[in-house]
Design a protein around this ligand. Structure first.
Ligand code: PGA
Length: 254
């Protein structure tokens, strides 16, 4: 049985904003961003949880720039399923925890495109929860499946393994692949239907975040959509000024 006592997803209903920096940034830009976003969070007591996910090499710099009781949480963009071993170039969940992270994004479509399977994502999720971290498990349909109205069928296949994980120990991010980095988003009715379906499959206590071309102009509408507990933000999260504006906006939505 995995220990979920240190997992955070089930603790609150405040919206979660995750800044996924992908393979962007530098040591100094990451440290400056973490400090600036944390300062904004401390000064504006808005009810929002923010998770910053820079590349592995910059997690320590991000952590070092934050005070002891920082409101900004850190997350990694991946980890390995095994505890340790001969896996050159890989990073274990316990190492991610050592860096001071509380979250790990797993199964992002950009990683699935490199060969990561549903079984890999489930194995990594188990390792992550066992290490005391909260996985953010990414799912979403491609453009062809969206056009054929196969979204729910695709989601059912991707989330079925998550039923083996304790409810409240993880978050799901619904990210239609065609919406990522494209400037396109589904209709809010489609986002609501996907989120409600995921919650009905996994339990209503499962936080479900939306990701894919989230920006300041559409964040409020998305966060107010039924079943949306937060947002996974890529490109629009890269500038601290934009992120600060999105944090201020998210504070009033739930
Ligand atoms: P985007 O990326 O906001 O740039 O579309 C989101 C993601 O891939 O997590």
């Amino acid at each position: 049985m995995v220990d979920v006592s240190s997992c955070r997803c089930h603790e609150s209903s405040m919206p979660i904003l995750i800044a996924n920096w992908k393979m962007h940034g530098s040591r100094s830009s990451v440290a400056e961003y973490a400090f600036a976003v944390n300062t904004a969070l401390e000064m504006a007591p808005v009810e929002v949880e923010v998770v910053f996910c820079p590349s592995f090499p910059y997690l320590a710099a991000a952590k070092a720039s934050l005070p002891q009781n920082a409101r900004l949480k850190l997350g990694a963009q991946n980890c390995h399923a095994e505890k340790e071993g001969a896996f050159t170039g890989e990073v274990a969940a316990s190492m991610v925890r050592d860096w001071g992270c509380e979250y790990v994004i797993l199964g992002h479509s950009e990683r699935r495109a490199m060969g990561e399977t549903d079984a890999d994502v489930l194995a990594k999720a188990k390792a992550t929860i066992a290490a005391g971290l909260t996985p953010v498990l990414c799912v979403g349909e491609g453009e062809k499946d969206y056009e054929k109205s196969h979204t729910i069928k695709v989601l059912d296949g991707q989330v079925s393994g998550f039923k083996k994980l304790p409810e409240g120990s993880y978050c799901v991010a619904y990210e239609p692949i065609w919406a990522i980095g494209s400037g396109k988003t589904p209709k809010t009715s489609e986002i609501a239907a996907a989120h409600q379906h995921i919650k009905s499959a996994l339990g209503s206590g499962t936080p479900v975040l939306y990701g894919g071309s989230v920006k300041l102009a559409n964040l409020k509408e998305i966060l107010k959509t039924e079943g949306v507990d937060g947002a996974l933000i890529g490109g629009a999260s890269l500038k601290s000024e934009d992120m600060k504006a999105m944090i201020a906006m998210a504070g009033g939505t739930h």
